[in-house]
Design a binder for this molecule. Structure first.
Ligand SMILES: Nc1nc2c(ncn2[C@@H]2O[C@H](COP(=O)(O)OP(=O)(O)OP(=O)(O)O)[C@@H](O)[C@H]2O)c(=O)[nH]1
Length: 437
């Protein structure tokens, strides 16, 4: 919702920028507009967005649920003005054990160059088996959830560029025009489906009730919905909605549950107009006449004003909460908040992170290497010095030894010399001897 509001605010700013003669750039807090001196061009963003969307085309998936013969096929054909469902006779179910089958029809419809892939999921057989109605909702819920599961599975894949989105954007629930109140089966179904899809309650074939009956029936239905706290879809309003939008949204909301008439057949009114409607002996009920039924408001909501809202609500509200509980049940809490990450950006981010990590490792290794080299060099230097010191020591010792030896040698030589002088031939000796003689 916050995202949506932000989106809307951006649009409002862009609209404002495009309209005023001098463009203004609003600072993020929205307080001070900065005047731009020249046309920058971002006011063209909505057009770019529009062109891209038209090129890509749109898709919308709607589910119809209700008993056989309530006019589901007719209403879809009337809504999209197409023969999505081929003409056929109403099927009358006689099989009391009727089991529910779920069918899907998909068709590309084009209006003024804009294409819409419309997918309708039909649930023939719902509520038709008289004794087996309690569980009618089960296969429908299973189908809705299977679509979420498939989306989630694709989302969790590494390559998320080709996601096929089969999620249901709205479920039209056809309430039979009994004029009383909701039946047990209506309450059971609506209670269970509403937390999973945008539930749009519809009073089928409202032309079979009088105007007063429709009003009373609507009130009773809304009372039941409130009493059972069934979260049916209400078109949201936003603080920056202009008064016209606000009034339109409120007018749509006031019609819930939509009392509709469906018909693709053209009939002639008493005043000679050709209209889509149903002719009765007492007059003509016009499909596209707001005074006759709520078809126009229903179409406005589903197709003209709130289709994107319904899709956004499916993605960011209903699917999101399903996804959260599913991931939690799977013990994958860490992935709950990872949805917004753009896969390409995320891969790029991972690559950069990886490169940064590698560069850091390389740098660390270089530092360690340098440190080791320095340590080794210091050690070598130290042992070199030690060797020198030892060398010097040894040399000194040898020197000392040599000088000692030389001393000794000199002494010995001195002795020898002296001894040589003391020989008889020496004059002193002879003299001494001569004295003693
Ligand atoms: N009075 C009235 N009849 C309607 C209306 N819409 C459809 N019908 C008629 O009701 C019959 C059944 O209409 P379908 O559109 O085939 O109904 P369905 O709900 O798709 O029926 P299943 O395919 O059996 O589930 C047809 O004869 C329609 O002409 C309506 O708004 N008012």
């Amino acid at each position: 919702m916050a995202h949506h509001q932000h989106h809307l605010t951006c649009h409002a700013i862009l609209r404002a920028c495009a309209c005023v003669p001098t463009a203004f750039l609003f600072i993020a807090n929205g307080i001070t507009p900065i005047a731009l001196n020249n046309f920058v061009g971002f006011s063209n963003l909505p057009n770019q967005h529009h062109r891209r969307s038209v090129k890509r085309g749109f898709h919308f998936t709607v589910m119809v649920v209700g008993e056989s013969g309530l006019g589901k096929a007719t209403l879809i054909n009337t809504l999209f003005n197409s023969q999505l469902y081929p003409d056929r006779k109403p099927t009358i179910t006689t099989d009391l054990q009727s089991t529910l089958e779920i069918k899907q029809i998909s068709e590309e419809i084009v209006e003024q160059g804009v294409s819409l892939r419309l997918t309708v999921i039909d649930t023939p057989g719902f509520g038709d088996a008289i004794n087996n109605n309690e569980d009618s909702w089960k296969p429908i819920i299973a189908n809705v959830e299977a679509r979420y599961d498939s989306y989630l599975e694709q989302e969790l894949r590494l390559n998320r560029s080709q996601i096929v989105d089969n999620r249901i954007h709205a479920c039209l629930y056809f309430i039979p025009p009994t004029g009383h109140a909701l039946r047990q089966i209506d309450i059971e179904f609506m209670k269970r489906i509403a937390p999973r899809v945008n539930l749009v309650p519809i009073i089928a074939k409202s032309d079979t009730l009088t105007e007063e009956e429709v009003q009373v029936f609507k009130q009773r239905i809304m009372d039941d919905i409130t009493h059972h706290q069934i979260p049916v879809y209400h078109p949201p309003t936003y603080p920056d909605d202009d008064p016209e939008t606000l009034n339109e949204t409120r007018a749509i909301d006031s019609k819930i549950p939509f009392a509709v008439v469906g018909s693709t057949k053209e009939v002639t009114t008493p005043d000679g107009r050709k209209v889509r409607g149903r002719a009765y002996p007492w007059g003509v009920i016009e499909v596209d006449n707001e005074a006759h039924n709520d078809f126009v408001k229903l179409r406005q909501m589903l197709v003209r004003t709130h289709m994107e809202e319904l899709k956004l609500g499916t993605d960011q509200g209903l699917y999101e909460s399903y996804r959260t509980s599913k991931l939690r049940a799977m013990g994958r809490e860490q992935e709950i908040f990872s949805k917004e990450i753009n896969p390409a950006a995320s891969m790029e981010e991972q690559r950069l992170l990886h490169e940064q990590r590698l560069a850091k490792m390389e740098n660390d290794m270089k530092l360690v290497f340098q440190q080791k080299v320095q340590e080794k060099e210091a050690k070598l230097k130290q042992s070199e010095e030690e060797l020198y010191a030892r060398h010097r020591e040894m040399r000194d010792a040898l020197e000392r030894q040599r000088s000692e030896l030389e001393d000794k040698k000199r002494k010995l030589e001195g002795l020898i010399h002296n001894a040589g002088l003391n020989k008889p031939t020496t004059p002193e000796k002879s003299r001494k001897k001569g004295i003693f003689k």
